[in-house]
Design a protein around this ligand. Structure first.
Ligand SMILES: Cc1ncc(COP(=O)(O)O)c(C=O)c1O
Length: 354
């Protein structure tokens, strides 16, 4: 089976983790700090705050911006559940806006009509590694005095006109094993704002300013030294892996000529966390046929969040026709940097038969 994703762990990663284990410093320490500095440099921001996951990076970002009970946060329903669950966990309410039919990212033209007096933030998701229309989102946010928190969990090193995602608003990244780089589990918050960085650091560590002095509410969202050691090695490899993801996507584009893929905006660098196509015929059958042929295809995401049972119970009954339709039609095929030319050719051969 050609897997949909494959963490690439080499000898350097193994040596780096063993060195941490031998050092005796396992919890957050100097390697986390170094990883933060290097990740901030990658994103072109002043601060990066490492966390235990992408989900806790999102939660820390929302809390650092003082979002909580009674507030509303505008986001998309066509994403991984964490984008909305993190909002719910602050006590705020996610307000779903439909997606653009061509990019599958939040439709910036539909945001304004969902803004109320309770709206505090917009939380766009750079789905599959393809940047959202940040110009339009930032303009709306500035006009309506809203915070922007970017869910860049799938979009390491993606950019718009040379500016990295995660540097427009407060950025949140994930290092889950399927992501473009991994720390096993892990996350990162990025910001240029000194105050938000300070708040996020407090929230991550029980609001502790000095040892056993707690000045604000907080929790344990810390990253370990083992994770940071892995991340430091992976970060060095990210440019080459990103280049290969883009090259693999071009290879598929050229040979699968007739498939529909998400539109990439002008000036945007899509980093192909996923290579996603739309299938007009029966999607379940297409998935089965690919599985039988040894191609690990997956659907991201089959049920938009407002239609998840738990959200239904909470009273979400939006009509988001584009999200609902696209979720029935998409299918992602392997594009990761571990693919050989022979595997790419096999993927092309099988997908062309659908
Ligand atoms: C769009 C999106 N948001 C949030 C997350 C949450 O990240 P994590 O799994 O690291 O908590 C993920 C990844 O799983 C994701 O893909």
């Amino acid at each position: 089976m050609i897997p949909i994703s494959k963490p690439l762990i080499g000898e350097e990663e193994k040596a780096a983790v063993i060195a941490v284990l031998e050092s005796g410093q396992l919890a957050q320490g100097p390697r986390v700090e170094e990883f933060e500095e290097k990740f901030a440099a990658l994103c072109g921001v002043k601060h990066a705050v490492a966390t235990s996951s992408g989900t806790t990076a999102l939660l820390a970002a929302l809390l650092a911006h003082r979002i909580g009970f009674g507030d509303e946060v505008i986001t998309t329903a066509f994403t991984f559940i964490a984008s909305a669950n993190s909002i719910l966990f602050t006590g705020a309410r996610p307000v779903f806006v439909d997606i653009d039919e061509t990019s599958y990212n939040i439709d910036p033209n539909l945001i304004e009509e969902k803004i109320t007096q309770r709206t505090k933030a917009i939380l766009p998701v750079h789905l599959y590694g393809n940047p959202c229309d940040m110009q339009s989102i930032m303009d709306t946010a500035a006009r309506r005095d809203l915070v922007v928190i970017e869910d860049a969990c799938q979009a390491h090193a993606a950019s718009i006109d040379g500016k990295r995602v995660g540097s427009f608003g407060t950025g949140c990244f994930s290092f889950y094993p399927s992501k473009n780089m991994t720390t096993g589990e892990g996350g990162m918050l990025t910001t240029d704002d000194d105050g938000i960085a300070e708040q996020a650091r407090l929230i991550r560590h029980h609001g502790q300013s000095q040892l056993y002095h707690h000045e604000s509410p907080g929790y344990n969202f810390r990253m370990t030294e083992m994770q940071a050691a892995l991340g430091l090695v992976q970060l060095q490899k990210l440019p080459e892996w990103t280049r290969r993801r883009i090259e693999n996507a071009r290879y598929l584009d050229e040979r699968l000529g007739n498939v529909i893929t998400p539109r990439v905006g002008d000036g945007c660098v899509h980093v192909y966390h996923q290579y996603t196509i739309r299938v007009s015929a029966d999607r379940d059958e297409a998935l089965q046929r690919l599985a039988n042929a040894g191609i690990g295809a997956r659907v991201y995401y089959p049920v938009p969040i407002h239609q998840q049972p738990f959200y239904r119970e909470l009273g979400f009954n939006d009509s988001l026709p584009v999200s609902e339709r696209i979720s029935q039609e998409v299918l992602s095929i392997p594009v990761h940097p571990g693919l050989s030319r022979a595997e790419l050719d096999e993927i092309v051969r099988e997908v062309s038969k659908l």
